[in-house]
Write a protein that binds this ligand. Structure first.
Ligand SMILES: [Zn+2]
Length: 389
C-alpha cells in the first residue's frame, strides 16, 4: 500500500460541492465531486448527536487554530477519493459552511456561517487539512483501516505512523524499543516518559535522530533492514545524559534530551560540579520549575527564566510600597529610590502601587532571597532597566 501526505488541501477545497443528505444522515460528496465522504462501510454522521457539541467543537478548534487531527483518504483513481478516516470532521465542516448549525460567539450569540465576520469566514475556508492519501487494494485498505480503528482504544500518533510505514524498519524498531523484555527499558525510563508498549521509547528514539521530523524519517527509512542509525544516536543521547547528570531525579523524565544533547554535547562539564549545582537548586525553595534546572546548569547557570524563580507576593509588595512612600513623603522625594537619585521631573514623583514592580535588591542568581529584606519597589521603567542589565 502507498501513502502520500497532502498538506495543501483547504477547507474551501474540501467543501466545494458539499452535499449533505438529511434523510440518510450522511455527508455525501466534496472536493468538487471527487470525494465520497461516507462510503458504504462507514457509520453515519454522529457528531450532531447530543446537542451537536462535537460538531461545534470541530469549528471552534479551527477558529482557534487547534489541530483537528489526521484525515485519511483512499485513492481509487485521480478523480475518485473516499474518506477512510475523518468523515465526521469533514461532515461537521461541510454542514457548518452550508448553515446547517450555528456556533455561539464571544457574546453568547448564535452565529451561522453566513452571518459571521469575513475574517472568521476566511480563517475557516483557508485552513489546510492534514490528509494522508492511501493507495492499495480494497482488502489492504480495509485491513489497514481495521488496525487504525482498534475498538475503544484510540491509537497514539506513533502507533499510527507504525501502521502507515509498516515494514522491516518498524518491525526492528519495535523489537528494540517497545519490547518489555529488553532490560534497558528500566534504565531508559529515567529519561523517557510513557509506556514502551504504547511506543513512547520508539517515538523518542525517532524524534531524537530525526530532530523532530519523525514522519519524514520513517518514510525515508521504511524499507531499511536495520535500525543502526536510530540505535546509535539514541545510545549517544542516553550515555551523554547519564554521564553529565550521574544522579537520577524524577524531573529528568520526559525532558527534551535530544535537543539538549544537540545543543550542549560539545561542551565539557565536570559531573561533580554539575551534580553539586543541581542539588543546590533542588534545595532552593525559590526555584519553582525543577524541570528547568538541567538546561539552566548546562547553559552555564545564567538563564533564570528556565527556573521560574518565585516572585514577591502581594503582601510583601504592599508592605514595601507603604514603607518607601512614607519615607519618601517626609523627605520630599520620589518613592522609587532610583528616580530619587535622578535629576529630572520624576525626582520628586510619588508613584502609585500599580505603577511599580518588586525588585530583588541582591539578584536571586547571586544568592538574593525572595523575602521582604531583599525587596524594593521600583517604578516600572527602572525595574525593567535593572532586569535588562
Ligand atoms: Zn524610578
Amino acid at each position: 500500500m502507498k501513502t502520500n501526505l497532502k498538506t495543501a488541501i483547504s477547507v474551501k477545497n474540501i467543501c466545494e460541492g458539499f452535499v449533505y443528505n438529511e434523510l440518510e444522515g450522511k455527508g455525501l460528496f466534496g472536493l468538487s465531486g471527487k470525494l465520497t465522504i461516507q462510503p458504504e462501510y462507514q457509520r453515519n454522521y454522529i457528531y450532531a448527536l447530543d446537542g451537536g457539541k462535537r460538531e461545534v467543537a470541530v469549528i471552534e478548534s479551527i477558529l482557534k487554530s487547534y489541530p483537528i487531527g489526521l484525515i485519511y483518504f483512499n485513492k481509487i483513481s485521480n478523480d475518485n477519493l473516499e474518506v477512510l478516516d475523518g468523515q465526521q470532521r469533514i461532515t461537521s465542516i461541510g454542514r457548518f459552511i452550508t448553515d446547517k448549525f450555528a456556533i455561539v460567539d464571544e457574546n453568547g450569540m448564535e452565529q451561522y456561517f453566513s452571518g459571521i465576520a469575513k475574517d472568521k469566514k476566511d480563517k475557516i475556508l483557508e485552513t489546510k487539512l492534514l490528509i494522508y492519501e492511501c493507495e492499495g487494494t480494497e482488502s489492504q485498505i480495509k485491513e489497514w483501516f481495521k488496525t487504525i480503528n482498534i475498538a475503544g482504544v484510540p491509537l497514539v500518533p506513533q502507533e499510527l505512523l507504525n501502521a502507515i510505514y509498516s515494514g522491516p524498519f518498524v518491525t526492528l524498531g519495535k523489537e528494540e524499543f517497545s519490547n518489555s523484555q529488553n532490560a534497558n527499558i528500566q534504565k531508559w525510563s529515567a529519561y523517557i516518559k510513557g509506556s514502551a508498549n504504547r511506543q513512547a521509547f520508539f517515538e523518542a528514539a525517532l524524534d531524537w535522530v530525526s530532530k523532530g521530523n519523525i514522519d519524514d524519517y520513517m518514510s525515508r527509512h521504511r524499507n531499511d533492514k536495520n535500525i543502526s542509525e536510530v540505535k546509535k544516536y539514541f545510545n549517544s543521547v542516553i550515555d551523554w545524559a547519564s554521564s553529565v547528570f550521574p544522579e537520577v531525579e524524577s524531573e529528568m523524565q520526559g525532558l527534551e534530551w535530544g535537543r539538549l544533547y544537540e545543543t550542549y554535547h560539545k561542551e565539557s562539564y565536570d559531573p561533580k560540579k554539575i551534580s553539586a549545582a543541581v542539588q543546590k537548586l533542588y534545595g532552593d525553595p525559590y526555584v519553582k520549575n525543577r524541570k528547568g534546572i538541567y538546561e539552566y546548569v548546562l547553559g552555564g547557570s545564567t538563564d533564570t527564566k528556565l527556573l521560574e524563580v518565585r516572585v514577591f507576593d502581594e503582601a510583601t509588595k504592599r508592605l514595601m510600597f507603604l514603607a518607601q512612600t512614607t519615607k519618601a513623603t517626609t523627605k520630599g522625594e520620589s518613592n522609587c529610590p532610583l528616580c530619587a537619585l535622578g535629576h529630572d521631573a520624576n525626582r520628586g514623583k510619588r508613584w502609585q502601587l500599580s505603577e511599580m514592580d518588586a525588585d530583588h535588591v541582591a539578584a536571586w542568581s547571586r544568592g538574593g532571597a525572595t523575602d521582604v529584606k531583599n525587596c524594593q519597589m521600583l517604578c516600572k521603567t527602572h525595574n525593567r532597566a535593572k532586569g535588562n542589565r
